[in-house]
Design a protein around this ligand. Structure first.
Ligand SMILES: [Mg+2]
Length: 217
């Protein structure tokens, strides 16, 4: 796969990286992997609110993706809370700003969207219901659960991935698939090679669209 040697329009690569890294593949039509929570679904504000209520805390900004560490409770305990309240926790969040329009635009441009989430296969029904409720187009939604997302990325021949979790972003980038990282309070810091930070869905779409415009010339 060839990579363009020009920086992305809009998104920012880590300044310590050479410009050829973390770029969108040089193809008109891409198979794009898209994470759900924190990328398509604005899950964290709702989860923070519900966890504050449950644990009697008042955490306003999530500075660590590992929420059990933020709330200082055992992982199992928080996992139980999610399992017991899955319906509410996966139904209440609104779509991320610009996500629906961004995904529609990418599909319109001829790209293929494959959602890959760490939600479990048991959560498929509530997840697909949420997509329909918000009229966000979907064809394939893959549930990795506790297994590696990278295996699905390889199996489905994903060419570009949109993610918000730094650990997954790094693993996916290391597997050779460039990642656009949607900026969040819990993913600050330096980026590994192959990862490009985008501030918004508009920047994500512009970064991908930009390549197509250039290829036409
Ligand atoms: Mg996520």
């Amino acid at each position: 796969m060839a990579y363009q040697k020009v920086p992305l329009s809009g998104c920012i690569s880590a300044s310590s990286q050479p410009p050829a890294q973390g770029l969108v593949p040089d193809k008109i039509s891409l198979r794009i992997g898209v994470d759900i929570d924190g990328v398509v679904s604005d899950s964290y504000p709702v989860w923070l609110q519900e966890l504050n209520r449950h644990y009697g805390k008042n955490i306003t900004v999530l500075e660590d993706y590992e929420m059990h560490l933020v709330f200082d409770v055992p992982w199992d305990d928080m996992n139980d809370f999610f399992v017991r309240n899955v319906e509410q926790l996966f139904t209440l969040p609104k779509p991320m700003k610009g996500a629906k329009e961004g995904i529609e635009k990418l599909i319109q441009l001829g790209h293929e969207i494959i959602y890959i989430t760490a939600r479990s296969p048991e959560e498929e029904e509530v997840t697909l219901r949420w997509f329909r409720k918000h009229q966000i187009p979907y064809t394939n939604v893959l549930f990795s659960g506790l297994k590696s997302k990278v295996d699905l990325v390889k199996q489905w021949k994903i060419e570009l991935f949109v993610e918000d979790y730094l650990v997954n972003a790094k693993l996916i980038a290391e597997s050779g698939v460039p990642v656009l990282l949607l900026d969040a309070t819990y993913n600050k810091g330096d980026l590994a090679p192959g990862i490009t930070r985008c501030k918004s869905w508009l920047e994500i779409v512009n970064s991908i669209d930009f390549q197509k415009d250039k290829l036409k010339k």
